[in-house]
Design a binder for this molecule. Structure first.
Ligand code: MN
Length: 367
């Protein structure tokens, strides 16, 4: 099976451009021995490479490329399969776009093609190539400093030291996770996450205890979350709590319960964000809408959690506009390496910006 990988990367400042010819020559030999062909474009700052060949070989070569310290911000733009090679000439020469006239450069690149069928613009790989050659979409390149240029300073804030214990009878606890505004470099919010006593997610807790009403337990657990937040002292921060939409809909007077507990713990509704997971919302839409109106009327903000993970994301967004959305961690993890994820995140940001909805990302764990 023929496999295609296309990536874009950024030449490191320390690497002299003179060295590139030599670099390309060496890469050529390796690619040849792996039966990998393609084309390597350079525009003075960025590389753009199409790799084509047997699946395992393409993956092996791409892994080597990703480990090369002479370039950074390596973003995989496309991974696909094809019936035949587009650029099948043995070896892979370096094609410097700067040495060509703007009006003829695209044709010069296409002339390198070896497909027995004419290269067509229906082909995604070719569309990517054209976009790079014509230097479009440049505003979508994230020029992130390399990982070793970041400084991380440990913040000794006691608010963040793990789980708090409580003298209640509940056999669950809460972990408080910080939400950070990267521009002001401050913790702006804490999210109370329900945890099993062993630290694991509450899913297991709910599963093991079927005698209890899951929605009742979910709602009533917030009593402990608010009490712990009060103990931690969260002045100036907002507090996010997670609720199953069913907890707002199935438990009588759910919103009244929340408001009472918020006041009893010296918090204010304007400080509270209720996060709901999108894929749970679909049932009982009208009852859910009513609960949301009550929350908003009381001053509580609404967030859609795990945005992008479920099936109702855009539909839910069309129906109720929350104050915030939190992008699912699966979309965020390794976003720096994936052009696909970057395109999705950019679209989410653009959409939310048009709707004046603020965006939070979950799962940021790497520099
Ligand atoms: Mn959440």
């Amino acid at each position: 099976m023929l496999s295609t990988i296309i990536y874009r990367s950024h030449l490191c400042d320390a690497v002299p451009i003179k060295e590139l010819e030599e670099l390309a020559k060496k890469a050529n030999k390796i690619n040849e021995s792996f039966k990998v062909t393609g084309i390597l474009l350079f525009n003075g700052t960025h590389f753009f490479q199409v790799l084509e060949g047997p699946n395992d070989a393409v993956l092996a070569i791409y892994k080597r490329i990703c480990e090369d310290s002479r370039h950074h911000n390596i973003v995989e733009l496309m991974r696909d399969y094809a019936p035949s090679r587009r650029f099948g000439n043995a070896g892979m020469e370096l094609f410097d776009l700067r040495e060509h006239d703007k009006t003829t450069v695209l044709q010069a690149v296409l002339d390198k093609g070896t497909s027995k069928y004419q290269l067509t613009y229906d082909d995604r790989a070719l569309q990517f190539l054209r976009t790079f050659v014509e230097a479009r979409e440049k505003e979508n390149y994230f020029e992130i400093p390399s990982t070793d240029s970041w400084d991380f300073i440990v913040d000794e804030n006691p608010v963040l030291t793990g789980n708090s214990t409580h003298s209640g009878v509940e056999n669950y606890r809460f972990a408080f996770q910080p939400i950070i505004d990267p521009l002001s470099r401050r913790i702006v919010s804490l999210e109370a996450l329900m945890r099993h006593p062993d630290g694991s997610s509450p899913r297991g807790y709910f599963a093991q205890d079927t005698s209890r009403d899951i929605y009742e337990t979910d709602l009533k657990s917030k009593k402990l979350a608010f009490a712990l937040a009060k103990k931690l002292g969260i002045e100036g921060l907002t507090l996010s709590i997670n609720l199953l939409p069913g907890s707002l809909v199935m438990v009588p007077d759910a919103v009244d319960f929340l408001l009472r507990e918020i006041h009893e713990n010296g918090l204010v509704p304007e400080q509270i964000v209720v996060e709901v997971t999108e894929n749970e919302v679909i049932s009982r839409v009208e009852a859910f809408d009513t609960a949301i109106r009550q929350l908003k009327a009381a001053g509580i903000s609404l967030a859609i959690d795990d945005f992008g993970a479920g099936s109702a994301g855009l539909l839910l967004l069309a129906r109720i506009q929350p104050d915030k959305i939190k992008i699912d961690r699966e979309i965020i993890s390794d976003v720096h390496k994936s052009g696909t994820k970057q395109a999705i995140v950019q679209a989410i940001i653009k959409c939310c910006s048009a709707l004046q909805i603020s965006v939070t990302a979950a799962g940021i764990e790497k520099a």
